[in-house]
Ligand binder design. Structure first.
Ligand SMILES: [Zn+2]
Length: 87
């Protein structure tokens, strides 16, 4: 897949910035996606997007049938911290 991303989009980085190519804006959205040819159904890959690129990146995934969810970054992080089926 020839993704329109920063070359370092998949590198660990302390800065939470948009994954769109050439964009250095702070990310405020998480795009959760899955490529059924590569990933098991439960697997979620994530891209980060600023307000400006949320539509562009989500369209890129949606036309390929990969897009699963678009979630505000704060909500996504809260989900990751929540233990599954606890309490
Ligand atoms: Zn951006």
């Amino acid at each position: 897949m020839n993704a329109p991303l920063n070359a370092d989009a998949n590198s660990p980085s302390p800065a939470v910035i948009c994954s769109a190519k050439g964009c250095r804006a702070a990310a405020v959205w998480v795009l959760a996606w899955n490529n059924p040819k590569l990933h098991t159904p439960e697997r979620r890959k994530t891209w980060l997007a600023c307000d400006e690129h949320r539509e562009h990146l989500s369209q890129f995934l949606a036309v390929r049938g990969f897009l699963k969810d678009v979630v505000p970054l704060a909500e996504w992080e809260a989900r990751q911290e929540r233990p599954p089926a606890a309490q």
